[in-house]
Design a protein around this ligand. Structure first.
Ligand code: BGC
Length: 479
């Protein structure tokens, strides 16, 4: 049995390997300052092309008001699954039927044609199965990758993120690729009315019921946020500046740090994860927060502790602990859900990845590592939110949140709230609200708001100059 002294020295050694995850409040304040600077770069015309944080204007300028009606198709593509939904809106009543289809990895890493053909096939099947053939349905598409929008239904992919790398899609108009594939593979008649990012869908979906909602946050496979910005601050907005003088900005803050400005807080594990990822040097902030990466960071630390003789006495070489990508983020949530010293979930995870011969102390160490890495992720996300909250500068603000990490991690919500409270300007009240099915419902709502505004006759406050005609408000659609 090790003595108390040995125990202490072991814990001190472990501490040396994980201390990089414990950041001071002043580090988070530095993150906020840098993020704010980088966001300004993304909003200014001269600096936007080279800025890491792209701050894409989305063409969504009005939030739902609860009067939206009609049947819509919605698509949701952003992770390993693809969903097709039929959304029936009747004011605040919403009925959703949906079906999830897997996107095999060979398609995620194949060609754009294969991807869009697969999507079109799934839509064709869904339309047949739901007896929707023969009608033209408006469609909202949640496409959760960075896109430069040129209209509400025109968006060019700026780069792939997460596990995707389909050839021939970067720079292309996603709606056009979908429309062409639908024509090739089906005889469905749909009108693509809107293409939105999942953060935007999440915001739209929550704003449907909460008027104070002005920020959308995704904590899932990836991480991103959007918010309502006044047009005056968006130099890159080339369109008319008519009422409403606001637009949702898709920040794409996952790319924060790609220029090295976050190097001061990255650990050796973050660097290793990045080196072996499919997009080295890209999505640095996302790689410290997103569910696609968190489990892997934990694995790298556990592997290191094992190699240093500080964790698990004997582990088989074949064990998943030594295999990249085999320690999932859902394990982190499960392990942290253990509340007593029996470590029921932790043991189950260790069994699952093939670690044999672990002690209760090993379980304690594994859980400790998970808590440090998830807390850093929650605090970084909180620093990002606090930056946006301070920017918007309203006294009462709701943040709509969605994503598997937020949903399933037992402490993410509380950790974020505590840190935001510490970082926002005094006197601001904020609330984090789970947005249910933002990706599905949000795309349909965006499409619905667009159709509602298309049919709205506007009487402007002042008569426009000839050059300003025609006058439209709200969500705009380019021909
Ligand atoms: C993408 C974003 C998306 C986020 C969450 C990131 O990798 O760049 O567009 O919103 O993941 O899904």
């Amino acid at each position: 049995m090790p003595g108390a002294h040995d125990q202490l020295s072991k814990y001190n050694k472990i501490e040396a390997f994980v201390k990089g995850f414990k950041l001071s409040t002043s580090s988070y304040k530095r993150v906020m300052h840098l993020l704010n600077q980088e966001m300004n770069q993304g909003l200014m015309r001269h600096s936007q092309p080279l800025a890491d944080i792209k701050m894409f204007p989305t063409f969504v300028r009005s939030l739902p008001d609860g009067s939206e009606k009609g049947d819509f198709l919605a698509l949701d593509l952003g992770g390993t699954n693809f969903r097709v939904l039929l959304v029936r809106l009747q004011g605040h009543d919403i009925d959703i039927q949906s079906k999830t289809y897997l996107i095999p990895q060979r398609i995620m890493l194949g060609t754009g044609t294969q991807l869009f053909d697969h999507i079109a096939d799934c839509i064709g099947k869904f339309v047949r199965d739901h007896n929707l053939s023969g009608q033209t349905l408006p469609l909202g598409f949640t496409f959760s990758f960075p896109c430069k929008q040129e209209g509400l239904a025109k968006a060019r992919l700026s780069k792939w993120t997460k596990g995707f790398r389909c050839e021939g899609v970067v720079g292309e108009d996603i709606c056009q690729l979908l429309q062409e594939a639908l024509k090739r593979r089906t005889n469905c008649s749909v009108e693509i009315v809107a293409i939105v990012n999942d953060a935007v869908g999440t915001l739209m979906s929550a704003a449907h019921v909460d008027r104070n909602c002005e920020i959308g946050l995704i904590l899932g496979t990836g991480c991103n946020a959007c918010y309502m910005e006044t047009l005056e601050n968006v130099q890159t907005w080339d369109e008319e500046k008519s009422h409403p003088d606001q637009v949702i900005i898709n920040t794409e803050w996952g790319a924060f740090g790609d220029n090295g400005c976050l190097d001061f807080l990255r650990t050796e594990y973050d660097r290793e994860l990045d080196t072996f990822s499919i997009n080295p040097g890209r999505q640095i902030m996302e790689k410290m927060i997103g569910g696609m990466y968190m489990g892997e960071i934990v694995r790298l630390v556990l592997e290191r502790l094992n190699m240093e003789g500080l964790l698990f006495r004997s582990v088989d070489n074949e064990c998943d602990l030594f295999e990249r990508g085999r320690f999932y983020t859902k394990y982190v949530s499960e392990i942290e859900s253990d509340t007593d010293d029996f470590y029921h979930n932790t043991k189950q995870v260790l069994d699952e990845i093939g670690v044999e011969n672990y002690t209760t102390e090993d379980c304690k160490i594994v859980k400790y590592v998970c808590t440090l890495i998830s807390a850093r992720a929650a605090f970084l996300a909180a620093a990002g939110l606090a930056t946006l909250i301070n920017r918007i500068n309203k006294t009462d603000i709701t943040i709509a949140v969605d994503g598997s990490l937020y949903r399933f991690h037992p402490r993410f919500h509380n950790l974020m709230c505590l840190k935001i409270q510490e970082l926002v300007k005094p006197g601001i009240k904020f609330k984090l609200a789970l947005s249910h099915d933002g990706s599905g419902k949000g795309a349909a709502l965006t499409a619905a708001v667009s159709l509602r505004l298309r049919n709205t006759k506007v009487i402007p406050d002042t008569l426009p100059a000839m050059s300003e005609l025609p006058v439209r408000i709200g969500i705009k659609q380019k021909a």
